[in-house]
Write a protein that binds this ligand. Sequence first.
Ligand SMILES: [Zn+2]
Ligand SMILES: [Zn+2]
Length: 443
Amino acid sequence: MAMLNNLLLFTLTFQLLFSLHVSLESSHTTGDASQFRKKFLELAKTPEVFDWMVRIRRKIHENPELGYQEFETSKLIRSELDIIGVKYRYPVAVTGVIGYIGIGEPPFVALRADMDALTMQEGVEWEHKSKIAGKMHACGHDGHVAMLLGAAKLLQQHRHVLQGTVVLIFQPAEEGLGGAKKMIEEGALKHVEAIFGIHFTNRVPLGKAASRPGSMLAGTSFFEAVITGKGGHAAIPQHTVDPVIAASSVVLNLQHLVSRETDPLDSKVVTVSKVNGGNAFNVIPDSVTIGGTLRAFTSFSQLEQRVKEVITNQATVHRCNASVNLRPNGKEPLPPTVNDVGLYKQFKNMVGDLLGEESFAEASPIMGGEDFSYFAEAIPGHFAFLGMQDETKSYASAHSSLYRVNEDALPYGAAVHASMAVQYLKDKASQGYDTPKGFHDEL
Ligand SMILES: [Zn+2]
Ligand SMILES: [Zn+2]
């Protein structure tokens, strides 16, 4: 008990000294916040930080790991955090890592990177090509990890100016396996008030960023159906119940759900992307399996209901049966990614200050999905795209076998991450932040 009291006294003294230090520090950093940010960018471009991020990114690229299997990636992250001197929690959601930099007290602001690769064969021939056949980092998550570690290095070097705590979230399984959801279930957002995420894009020039307030990325849902008839000889169709005709009718009729039943101003997508049935020229198969995806910024329930009705009723018209699975492989629908308006303004101002006003562009909403949406649904969140397109080369879009990360974008990502965290905590402090009652430091 006495030891506990001494510890408490020590903690209080430390906090008092720390807050004194912070207030002295902030008294001469508040006025020159932009200089501070520029320093982050300069530092991120030095060989010490830049070459180190490139090495990490290439190492992860050579050894791509799928969702919830990112054991080596996670180990690499932890060993780098150990070297930098950043404390972390592990494991969270199997392979996830959560690092903490700052005073270990509120406010807490999170920065997020995803770690998983895709089931694809890399088509780019280069020195650091994927060494695992059929697996590839084709969405830039190797780079996302490297630039969040870059931000960790910058923030750790300047931890004395942090007026709160930065939470570094390295999450598994973004590509369709709900890694973000699992991280939240395992307490990743405990005490966290806001979260920022960055994703590379080839649609924005290098050194620039784009985002928007409100709906940014669509919600995503999947479906699969088996349409069963009675197979037989292709030359004697009258003795069969042809599931190919039924499936064809289903595919065409599904297209009317958006074109005829949806408000044209409410963006939705119904795509049938998978059709499997039959494997001979002269045999009508017993069944055909179709599958696809739905995208929307609003609720899916009505659209899912109609997808089910169209598939089963069209199958019946053609004397077939259909079973419809709206959660194939247990895939839960992904909510839309909605950016908090206040965080958007903070981000836009910060990027304007760091990289120049012309370096921020308002993005259009897109129908792609991101599981960052789970974070932004739970607490205020902001997701942004970071440009990597330059005049010298062309960069393929995400999920292409020819996808490449422009490594020159890494310093921008590290500086944007670090600057946003510092800015968020600074703004909170200037609003007179009160530590919530009942807070327990669990770091
Ligand atoms: Zn992806
Ligand atoms: Zn991605």
